[in-house]
Design a protein around this ligand. Structure first.
Ligand code: GAL
Length: 650
């Protein structure tokens, strides 16, 4: 895919329609400015109706129709929903839940990620598609599977158990090391034989947390192995065609996307912000930043979003007029080189028939289509943005192993990563600062400020990297319950926070989680809740103390000069206004500038390549950077400060 335009398109499922509709579809696609479609996402049963017998006749015709119309194809391998015959002939490919229930076909993603039968059949289909369409002029991209782990993230069957053992052998080598990593002396869980190693199936009470954590890691790798099995086949057959799969922008730690990223030729995001949620655009901004960062700053594709209502969060509210345009521009502003929808034409039957599409049940003579068509024309005018980068000098550290482990049972308090990340990201967004979302081991040297929400679990390498960063002059803003555990979820010895005591210049004597509704006041104004560290400064300066509550008079927020840098630590959860003030101060000290200063509330500004995007997320007209913006309006201006280097896409 050449970075010569912002691509525009949709998932296209022509197998649900008779051939006369295909011609009408292509005509409407041209009218709407469609440049690319993802074809065949769920078409395994249509192209391989019986094991080994392929019927490509309909797909040949559609590929040609699209190619002749100048529409590029992101060709899916169709392996996310195995055909009925696979489950009938090989029932062991069906996934098993933690409770031991084997799931049935009749929905989608009904496969065990570790199943060699599934993996082989899927790779076989990918090979057939590669051979048949590898040289087709319309082929622009391979789309492998679909949203890995969206429904089945883990399988607990015997095949998975065996695969888990192999994974553990690879990671730990021998049982003694595994026993140490899993702290199995606790509750007499010592493993004396590999056959005793099991997935964390349903058990009487709390499971071994290290086993749970490793099962999440293993399951993420098992899904990745499915993707890789198909990718290898396609790479071999079509070395020049980029390969990807669509990953999900949502608040669930489905898989460790940071470890998947090197296997994507281009990152592809599915994003369904909730129209009812007044903060949806801030979450969306975060996921865009994450996707851009996963690709090392290269442009990514917004592979799926909705033109209007989705169909599984009742009540499913349509997007108000203008909202699709606004959110699509937000994607482009933050680094997307494509805006694509699920799906082109609304299905007549099936589970998602009430999901919005580009062409509705009533056809194309309606608001949704008209808005899409107008957007297509607008995006065609943004070709100069394609392939360019988005500068960011603040990083937010985000890690899946931390997420998985922090949310296990029996922690001192109830911390949820989505809430914790939002609490740190929102004030950055409000201050109009562009953020990269990076793993803890990332090279941080280019950032002016690094924000670390609740990094409970961290590797030694991550701890050393953060230390080096501050020592070398970096600025850090870190919140409570960080640096507590090692990569095996074992508490770091020597007092909390074991990984960061010298960096933060303090020790935490006791965790003091606050009860529901319990609030404390901070000296200097503002309040806090959820958590209170009983901390003892060891060199850190105290910025605020608890003015009341169980730790009255004790330090709550500190700052420590470490090497040439500065580390600010929040031992509690400040309220929103206090969090914003603290973030603003951290940005000021670090010298991190907003994209534009003094913007009205709910107006987002992003620089990308030669352009400055202004996005008004509010329902009122505003004036920003000398421009009038209506409610939900967008302006794309020439950026006088443009420095973004043009970069090749996939
Ligand atoms: C995605 C999926 C699509 C469709 C869509 C509906 O998760 O990839 O196939 O189900 O959601 O919003």
């Amino acid at each position: 895919m050449k970075p010569d335009r912002i691509h525009f398109g949709a998932d296209y499922n022509p197998e649900q329609w008779p051939p006369e509709v295909w011609r009408e579809d292509v005509r409407l696609m041209r009218e709407a400015g469609v440049t690319i479609v993802t074809l065949g996402i769920f078409s395994w049963a249509s192209v391989e109706p019986e094991p080994g017998r392929h019927d490509f006749s309909w797909l040949d015709e559609v590929m040609d129709l699209l190619g002749d119309a100048g529409i590029a194809v992101s060709l899916a391998t169709g392996t996310a929903s195995p055909p009925a015959w696979l489950s009938r002939l090989h029932p062991q490919t069906l996934p098993v839940t933690r409770e031991g229930v084997r799931l049935s076909p009749g929905s989608r993603q009904h496969y065990c990620p570790s199943s060699p039968v599934y993996r082989q059949a899927a790779a076989g289909l990918a090979a057939e598609l590669g051979k048949r369409y590898g040289g087709h002029p319309a082929l622009a991209l391979w789309h492998v599977g679909n949203e890995y782990g969206c429904h089945v993230q883990e399988c607990y069957c015997d095949v998975s158990a065996e695969d888990f053992r192999a994974w553990l052998r690879e990671r730990y080598g021998d049982l003694d090391t595994l026993n140490a990593a899993w702290s199995t002396t606790f509750w007499s869980q010592r493993l004396g034989d590999w056959a005793e190693v099991l997935p964390p199936r349903a058990a009487p009470t709390l499971r071994n947390p290290a086993q749970e954590l490793d099962y999440r890691r293993f399951s993420s790798d098992a899904l990745l192995a499915c993707y890789r099995a198909e990718r290898e086949v396609l790479r071999e057959l079509t070395p020049d065609v980029p390969i990807t799969t669509n990953i999900m922008g949502m608040w669930e730690p489905v898989a460790d996307y940071a470890s998947w990223a090197p296997d994507f030729d281009v990152v592809a995001l599915d994003l369904y912000p909730e129209p009812k949620d007044p903060r949806a655009h801030i979450d969306a901004a975060f996921f865009h930043d994450q996707m851009r960062s996963l690709g090392g700053g290269r442009p990514y594709l917004m592979m799926e979003t909705a033109t209007s209502a989705i169909s599984y969060r009742p009540p499913n509210r349509p997007k108000r007029p203008g909202l699709n345009r606004l959110w699509s521009h937000q994607a482009v502003a933050r680094g997307a080189d494509a805006v694509m929808y699920f799906q082109w034409r609304a299905s007549r039957g099936g589970a998602e028939k009430f999901h919005s599409a580009v062409v509705s049940h009533g056809g194309a003579d309606n608001r949704i289509f008209r808005e899409v068509r107008a957007l297509g024309a607008e995006l065609a005018g943004l070709a100069r943005v394609a392939g360019t980068r988005v500068p960011a000098d603040v990083a937010l550290v985000h890690d899946y192993a931390n997420w998985w482990s922090l949310e296990l049972d029996a922690r001192p308090g109830e911390l949820r990563i989505p809430e914790r990340v939002r609490a740190h990201y929102t004030p950055l967004w409000q201050e109009n600062v562009t953020v990269d979302v990076v793993p803890p081991e990332a090279d941080l040297s280019g950032y002016k400020l690094v924000v670390v929400p609740n990094l409970y679990l961290c590797t030694d390498a991550a701890a050393a990297g953060l230390r080096r960063y501050v020592e070398g002059g970096g600025h850090l803003l870190m919140s409570f319950f960080s640096g507590i555990a090692d990569a095996c979820d074992r508490v770091r010895p020597g007092g909390h926070p074991g990984a960061f005591r010298d960096l933060l210049g303090l020790r935490v004597e006791e965790f003091w989680p606050l009860g529901e509704g319990e609030r404390v006041t901070l000296t200097g104004g503002g309040g806090a809740d959820l958590w209170a560290d009983h901390l003892v400064p060891e060199g850190a300066e105290v910025l605020a103390r608890y003015a009341d509550g169980p730790l009255e008079g004790e330090p709550a927020i500190t700052r420590h000069a470490f090497g040439a840098g500065l580390a600010t630590y929040l031992g509690t959860r400040p309220d929103e206004a206090t969090m914003r003030a603290l973030t603003r101060e951290a940005l000021r000290l670090a010298g991190a500038e907003p994209v534009l200063a003094g913007l009205p509330d709910q107006v987002e500004a992003v620089r990308r390549g030669p352009r400055l995007f202004l996005l008004n997320h509010s329902d009122r007209p505003v004036r920003a950077a000398g421009v009038e913006l209506g409610p939900l309006d967008v302006a794309v201006l020439e950026d006088s400060r443009a420095g973004g280097a043009t970069e090749g896409g996939a």
